[in-house]
Design a protein around this ligand. Structure first.
Ligand code: PHE
Length: 461
């Protein structure tokens, strides 16, 4: 039986608008900033392979589930989960899943905005030709200079938060839907140009083999968790962003086809970013595992050497800002939609309140790179903890709960009615979601916590 509910926040104009918005959410700092540096820190090839495996077999089925729940519930993730749980005769406490997502979104945005601030600052530098002929050393000290100064970081973080909340306050459809249409293809073209440059930089083969030669001895349980967590992060899964976007999706659109296009685009951007960056890393004798500063210390060197480098550098950082911007709005949209539905205050007010809260938490990340750089708990700074807890714990955990709800709690009639797929496709989705996705996530989590070894030892294996 088809359920007819309406979203009080409006609807996407159609299939393409949804694909663009969700791709805008998925493609972001995760692809261009985070993927290369975590691949670098975790030894490359084997990590990348595992990440691709997670995207295909865990990410896609869970993304379909999340869009499906959103479209059926047509409210913010908290109310959607409550409504659907009641409809399926399950406990209303499923709404806690929505809560966890709303909180994860705010926590992620709090540090995401600080990193996006780096991109803002680098855009300014690029326009002024700061990277012209820059050496590897100067590039390193330039980055160190930026992150070492807390008030500069705070300024850029504040600016990025204002940009984000401005768009969210206008409603998603007004500005961003249009901007993303143009900017995502432009980003792709620019990345291809960068890869073209990397091919000539002398170390292309070395870069490619780092990225694609899988040596599984380099893979620890921790890096398996990072690869899986990143699959959730990069597809914006497990926290309700995709659910909220699904709640604005018109009835007729095929969820499976849309989701596959989104995942393909997202993966392409990440791989291209890796192919552009690692050859430059090796050609300049830099460290692939140098951490969060990786693209900010390598790319300027490339831009500094290429003809029309000033133009390409400015364009690149501008597009990176847009990619981050379209992701950032999806990170707070669940919280803002909830606040509006709950209190009926205006969208503007709700945006200001959530923006202030997120901005405030972000100050912790700002300090993590300077005055709190040495204030570590178990070897991790405030920023490291935020990133670890959200990407490696909350998102996979949220993802598993979404899978459990979609494939175990929800009746077959409801999910097949909403997914509207052929029999084969539907069975495949259900199998992957019901078993594979859930089991994989649980195994990795148990391995990291040491629980798996304990169970295996008990079983005498
Ligand atoms: N997918 C975004 C990126 O890769 C980040 C994000 C995570 C956005 C979760 C929304 C929800 O940059």
């Amino acid at each position: 039986m088809s359920v007819q509910r309406e979203s009080m926040h409006g609807m996407w104009s159609g299939r393409l608008a949804f694909i663009l918005a969700a791709t805008g959410s998925a493609v972001g700092l995760g692809n261009i900033w985070k993927f290369p540096y975590i691949a670098g820190e975790n030894g490359g090839g084997a990590f990348v392979l595992l990440y691709l495996f997670c995207i295909a077999l865990i990410g896609i089925p869970i993304m379909m589930s999340e869009v499906m729940l959103g479209r059926r519930g047509r409210q913010n993730p908290i109310n959607t989960m409550r409504t659907l749980a009641l409809e399926e005769n399950a406990r209303p406490s499923w709404h806690w899943l929505g809560w966890m997502g709303v909180i994860a979104g705010i926590l992620i945005l709090s540090y995401y905005s600080v990193i996006a601030g780096w991109a803002l600052s680098y855009f300014k530098d690029a326009v002024f030709g700061t990277f012209d002929g820059i050496s590897a050393e100067t590039a390193g000290s330039h980055f160190g200079g930026l992150v070492g100064s807390w008030w500069v970081l705070l300024l850029w973080h504040t600016l990025f938060m204002m940009m984000t909340m401005f768009v969210v306050s206008k409603g998603v459809r007004g500005g961003l839907e249009r901007a993303v249409t143009l900017l995502m293809p432009a980003l792709l073209v620019l990345l291809l140009i960068m890869v073209g440059y990397a091919m000539k930089s002398g170390a292309f083969a070395q870069g490619m083999s780092f990225l694609f030669d899988a040596d599984f001895s380099k893979l620890s349980p921790e890096s398996a968790l990072t690869a899986m967590g990143h699959a959730f992060f990069t597809l914006s899964l497990g926290m309700g962003a995709i659910m909220v976007y699904g709640s604005y999706l018109p009835e007729k659109v095929s969820i499976s086809k849309a989701v596959i296009s989104i995942a393909l685009a997202d993966t392409a951007v990440a791989l291209l970013a890796g192919m552009a960056i690692f050859p430059i890393v090796f050609a300049n004798g830099l460290e692939p595992g140098s951490g969060p500063g990786l693209i900010f210390t390598t790319l300027p060197i490339a831009f500094g050497q290429m003809p029309f480098g000033v133009i390409f550098a400015s364009l690149f950082f501008l597009l990176l800002i847009f990619a981050a911007w379209s992701s950032a709005i999806s990170l707070v949209e669940p919280a803002v939609a909830w606040l509006i539905e709950k209190t009926h205050i205006s969208r503007l007010r709700a945006s200001v309140l959530m923006g202030l809260l997120t901005w405030f938490i972000g100050i912790g990340t700002v300090f993590s790179f300077n005055i709190w750089a040495e204030a570590k708990v178990s070897g991790k700074t405030f920023f490291d903890w935020m990133d670890y807890l959200t990407a490696n714990v909350m998102l996979p955990f949220g993802g598993v709960l979404i899978a459990i709800f979609a494939a175990w709690v929800m009746r077959k009639e409801s999910s097949s009615d909403e997914l509207k797929m052929g029999a084969m496709g539907y069975s495949l989705w259900r199998f992957l979601t019901r078993y594979l996705a859930i089991i994989c996530v649980l195994i990795v989590m148990m391995k990291v916590t040491g629980l798996l070894d304990l169970v295996l030892a008990k079983a005498g294996l």
